[in-house]
Ligand binder design. Structure first.
Ligand code: ADQ
Length: 478
């Protein structure tokens, strides 16, 4: 693999911030290969260009978002347009001309910073929906290095894309990457459907899409966790995180407080379970959900809704020595989280839409294989595409979830073990280190800035291009 790796993400991880598997995996790849991580610094400050933070075996370069960029590019277009759109909540999309302008302008500004540190042979790996136009902006600055995108959230449905102020821009943005990595096969199918509906696109039989003078590959790379590290954490004895307040039996939920995670449905389903099935038992739902993006209206509303629901359900069912829902509004340290997962009887993941959902994989990795808890998993989380031996539920159907809770809490040991083994195989097969190396190998294998004619000849040699119309020679990758 030639050249350095340049990772670009919306946020750069800073010292002291808790690091998930993805951050560690990218950190490892950068340390091994050398390169640069570029992203916005979370703190306010002067908005000059890139500045170096921390000393690592690779460079970490941060930039600052202006107040207007934060409001319009980040909270606006990224989180009030693209986030709801990709999660099938077009009812929550808020369109303002300034959002799109700022989104494009911020990506243009970032592109000039990225271009200024890019050398020939470097490969650029862009992360997520905040940065979709980045490759297009880099191409217009003459950067013809290989550029890959990984989209962490679901690929939107074709019909929803027409809500965008300029729907045709979406395909153009993506086509400026050499590789578009998506979470699931269903995401890939939706992405290809978008290109199929676009008269500018042509298809090679190997699945690549020719779009104008560019060729883009589209493939799913289901993201995972650092399974070994997480399991070791879970197995390491630690002080009981519950102290004297340990519930006898509990179901765990761990989410960012987001309307896509189906939290009100989960609370209602737990209330329904208590009403219908819990005779003689006193299980708790321990829900950890720190608020995020509180300044966006939709997030304020869900915070209020959950407080109201947990208050009502606890009011109906609590006893002097039992609070059914323990709702914790703070993040919890990863070491403690592993232990909390391990001693739970079940985990509830009820996403209405979710790119993958790493909580499901963390829960499975943390279990004792000889006495595992049960994963109750929404069919609409990306992870459900492969983890078919979890207890799959329809998160919109409160009765279905309530019944699954009852089934999980009464499941015989042998059944729990069989399901856990199968889910654990998925966690291991998609370990984040495997994910990183698969993605980077695929980016490396992309043809990069070859002419359409070169690519045509290559594919023809492989006997894979009967359906491709030979076009006049153009240069790919400008
Ligand atoms: P998220 O929407 O943030 O990520 P998810 O994958 O569930 O969702 O969680 C990411 C990480 O955050 C996990 O490691 C989890 O432990 C941690 N986390 C979540 N809530 C927490 C809490 N309350 N306290 C402590 N830690 C918490 C996006 C997409 C997902 C996709 C990931 C990775 O929305 O679908 O799986 O990126 O690609």
């Amino acid at each position: 693999m030639a050249g350095r790796l340049i990772v670009v993400s919306n946020r750069i991880p800073t010292e002291g911030a808790s690091s998930g598997g993805l951050v560690v995996a990218l950190h490892d790849s950068l340390s091994e290969r050398g390169g640069i991580w570029i992203g916005a610094h979370p703190d306010d400050g002067p908005e000059d260009g890139l500045f170096e933070i921390g000393s690592e075996p690779y460079q970490r370069l941060a930039f600052r978002l202006s107040k207007s960029e934060y409001e319009n590019y980040y909270l606006g277009f990224s989180n009030s347009v693209l986030w709801p759109l990709c999660h099938r909540r077009s009812d929550l999309v808020q369109l303002k001309p300034v959002y799109m302008e700022s989104y494009e302008a911020t990506n243009r500004r970032l592109a000039s910073m990225v271009a200024s540190v890019t050398e020939p042979g470097d490969q650029i790996w862009v992360h997520d929906y905040h940065l979709l136009p980045l490759a297009s902006e880099l191409r217009s600055l003459g950067v013809n290095n290989k550029i890959g995108l990984f989209l962490h959230i679901p690929f939107p449905a074709l019909a929803d894309l027409s809500i965008l102020p300029d729907p045709s821009a979406f395909a153009h943005w993506l086509a400026c990457f050499d590789l578009v990595g998506l979470q699931t096969r269903a995401d890939t199918a939706r992405c290809l459907e978008m290109f199929r509906s676009d008269p500018r696109a042509e298809f090679f039989q190997d699945g690549s899409v020719k779009f104008g003078d560019r060729l883009v590959r589209i493939k799913s790379f289901p993201i995972g966790i650092a399974a070994d590290r997480f399991r070791t954490r879970a197995e390491t004895p630690q002080d009981d995180p519950f102290g004297a307040e340990r519930p006898q039996e509990y179901i765990i939920g761990v989410d960012r407080l987001d309307y896509t995670k189906g939290l009100p449905h989960r609370f209602r389903a737990f209330g329904e379970y208590l009403k219908r099935y819990a005779e003689g038992r006193r299980p708790c739902l321990v829900q950890i959900a720190p608020p995020t993006r509180e300044v966006v209206d939709a997030y304020r509303q869900i915070t209020e809704e959950l407080e109201e629901l947990s208050g009502r359900i606890n009011g109906q069912h609590a006893e002097l020595d039992w609070t059914p829902i323990r709702y914790i509004h703070r993040p919890i340290a990863r070491d403690r989280l592993a232990g909390v997962y391990r001693s739970a009887s079940a985990c509830l993941v009820t996403s209405l839409a979710d790119g993958m959902n790493l909580v499901a994989k963390e829960f499975i990795a943390a279990q004792d294989p000889d006495d595992p808890g049960v994963l109750i998993l929404s069919r609409f989380a990306g992870v459900a595409e492969d983890m078919t031996d979890a207890l799959l539920v329809n998160p919109y159907d409160v009765a279905d979830i309530a019944q699954a809770i009852d089934k999980a809490l009464n499941m015989p040991l042998e059944d729990r073990k069989t399901r856990h083994r199968s889910c654990r195989d998925v966690v291991e097969a998609t370990d984040v280190d495997i994910w990183t190396s698969n993605y980077l190998a695929a980016l490396d294998a992309c043809p990069g800035s070859l002419s359409v004619s070169d690519i045509f000849d290559r594919l023809q040699r492989r006997g894979a291009s009967e359906n491709v119309t030979r076009k006049k020679e153009t240069t790919i990758g400008r």
